[in-house]
Design a protein around this ligand. Structure first.
Ligand code: ASP
Length: 327
């Protein structure tokens, strides 16, 4: 054997082992969906529904693990650094597009540390308040805010989260500063809002619809450009109708794998995602909570990546102009 051949043999064997592993994927090993927020919130909810819908097409056990904290960057970083074998995936939201501008020095790169598996859904947000708030509609809410400047608490899921972004834009639009109360996710923040420990919050309809319907919280507006059709939300005005110019926040959720995950594994994951997104149970659960399951080309990895890049380009100047980023 010449020297070059001797050097190439181990490399060829290693490559064969990787592709054999990829062919067998997922085998009998469970797949973990990392949720970068606490249990009980909207990202957790979509991940748990998705895990259920993925089990059949993948023929594997799919579990959810909450790696919450730092506005969703702890969980994202965990997946960025995980083995690129398809067994550790990330379900994340618009934070993938806003974190790079909202928060400086995140320990991973959204553009280069992940494989984009496909998008899951689009979800509008709602502006909600504790049940004991004296305001009963948006105009009364603004009057109450103006009368209570310096005393108002606004819950969020940490710097860089969707609720943080929405809350910052709301304060900037009103020209009022509120005290941010960070949680590991809006699941626990919702418990405190219902209990009256915090005054206000902005959150995805997937976490707020049932609470609004059950009158556990007060709802003031939706962040979508048009009113929503869901029964519990259809009477809520849009922020734009209420005079907050250009206020439009829609949260998307997507599925990601660590950079370098083999192509055959990514293909299997994407094929399974496409089946899951058509699962009638999954669609019913999501739509009942005001979410729109992705049926367009953004379910393709390249289009998912293009969409996130477009969202980065869209949000970066808006975040900078509204002066709402955190050093
Ligand atoms: N809705 C949260 C956010 O503000 C995250 C979550 O708990 O899912 O980003």
């Amino acid at each position: 054997m010449n020297k070059l051949f001797q050097a190439l043999v181990p490399l060829a064997l290693a490559a064969a082992a990787v592709s054999a592993g990829a062919q067998d994927f997922p085998g009998s090993k469970p797949i973990t969906l990392i949720v970068p927020f606490a249990a009980g919130g909207p990202t957790d909810r979509v991940a748990r529904d998705l895990a259920e819908a993925l089990r059949k097409p993948l023929g594997a056990t799919v579990v959810v693990d909450n790696a919450a904290g730092a506005g969703g960057s702890i969980g994202a970083n965990k997946v960025a650094k995980a083995p690129a074998d398809g067994y550790t995936l990330l379900v994340h939201h618009i934070g993938m597009a806003t974190m790079p501008t909202l928060v400086r020095n995140i320990p991973f790169k959204v553009e280069t540390d992940f494989e984009y598996v496909g998008m899951i859904n689009d979800v509008p947000m709602t502006l909600i308040g504790k049940p004991s708030l004296p305001a009963n509609n948006y105009k009364e809410l603004v009057a109450w805010i103006n009368a209570n400047k310096g005393k108002i608490n606004l819950g969020n899921a940490g710097v860089g989260s969707a609720s943080h972004l929405c809350g910052m834009l709301f304060q900037s639009a009103l020209g009022v500063d509120m005290t941010a109360v960070p949680y590991k996710g809006t699941g626990p923040a919702m418990t405190d809002l219902i209990g009256g420990q915090i005054d206000l919050m902005c959150d995805q309809t997937t976490n707020t619809t049932a609470q609004i319907e059950g009158k556990k919280v007060k709802a003031f507006a939706v962040t979508s450009p048009k009113r929503l059709s869901t029964a519990a939300l259809k009477d809520l005005p849009t922020m734009q109708e209420m005079g907050v110019k250009d206020f439009s926040v829609s949260i998307f959720h997507g599925l990601y794998a660590p950079k370098g995950t083999p192509a055959p594994v990514l293909k299997k994951l994407n094929d399974a995602l496409k089946v899951a997104l058509k699962d009638p149970d999954f669609v019913k659960k999501q739509e009942g909570l005001g979410a729109v399951v992705v049926t367009d080309k953004r379910v393709e990895p390249a289009e998912h990546k293009k969409f996130v890049q477009a969202e980065i380009n869209k949000w970066s100047p808006l975040i900078k102009a509204a002066n709402v980023y955190v050093e």
